[in-house]
Design a protein around this ligand. Sequence first.
Ligand code: AP5
Ligand code: MG
Length: 215
Amino acid sequence: MSEPHVLLLGAPGAGKGTQSKRLADAFGIEHVTTGDALRANKDMDISHMETEYDTPRAYMDAGELVPDEVVNEIVKTALSAADGYVLDGYPRNLEQAEYLSDITSLDAVVFLDVSEAELVERLTGRRVCDDCGANYHVEFSPPAEDGVCDDCGGDLIQRDDDTEDTVRERLRVYEENTAPVVEHYRDEGVLVEVDGEGTPDEVFESIREEVEAAT
Ligand code: AP5
Ligand code: MG
C-alpha cells in the first residue's frame, strides 16, 4: 500500500506543527509545511509576480496570506517529491483547496478543534529553536533549560508573528479565509474532527487512530 496522504487543518496555534512532526515520525512520511518553507525564504524576491509586496516577509509579519501563486508552487514541488505526507498550513483558502485537489488525492482530512482563548495563550507563549525549528511553550512544554533547545542546544526565540496584535490578525484572517476550507471538507463528508485541547500525547493518539482507520 502507498504511504498515507494526510491533511491537518486547524487555526493558528491549534497544534498542526506539533502533531505533524509526530505523524511524520510515526508513519515515516514527509512533513510538508508552507509556514516553515516561507519562513526559510522570507526575503525571496517575488516582485516579478503580480503581488502587492515584493517579499513573503511583508505578508507574514502582518499576519496576512502570502499570494496563492507563491504557496501553490511550494506545495506542488514538495508533494511531487513525497510518497506519503502530512500537509500543514495549506490550503488556507478555497482557491488553494481547489488547486490541491488538482495535484493530489487525500486519504485523511483531520481538523484540530481548539478554542480562541487557548489559541492566543499558546501562540504568545510559543518559542521555537532558531537552529532546528523545534517547538516549545513557556508554560505547556518548556525546555529543560530556559531559552535553550533540548534537541540541539540552539537558541529559543519568539516568532515575529507571535505578538498579540499579529496573533489577533492571523485569527481574523483564518476565520475569513480558512474556516470556509474546513466547511468545504465537511460538506464533502471527508472531515474528521479531533479535540485539540488535550495534552499533545492525547491529541496525537486521536489523530493516529483516525489516520489508521482511513488508510
Ligand atoms: P504558519 O506557520 O502555518 O502558521 P499558523 O497556521 O498560524 O500556525 P502556527 O504554526 O502558528 O500554529 P500550529 O497550528 O502549527 O501550532 P503549534 O504546533 O506550533 O503560517 C505563518 C504565516 O505564513 C501565515 O500567517 C501566512 O502569512 C503564511 N502562510 C503559510 N501558509 C500559507 C498559505 N497556504 N497561504 C498563504 N500564506 C501562508 O503549537 C502552538 C503552540 O502551542 C506551541 O508553543 C506548542 O508547544 C503549543 N501546543 C501545541 N499543542 C499543544 C497542546 N496539545 N497543549 C498545550 N500546548 C500545545
Ligand atoms: Mg505551525
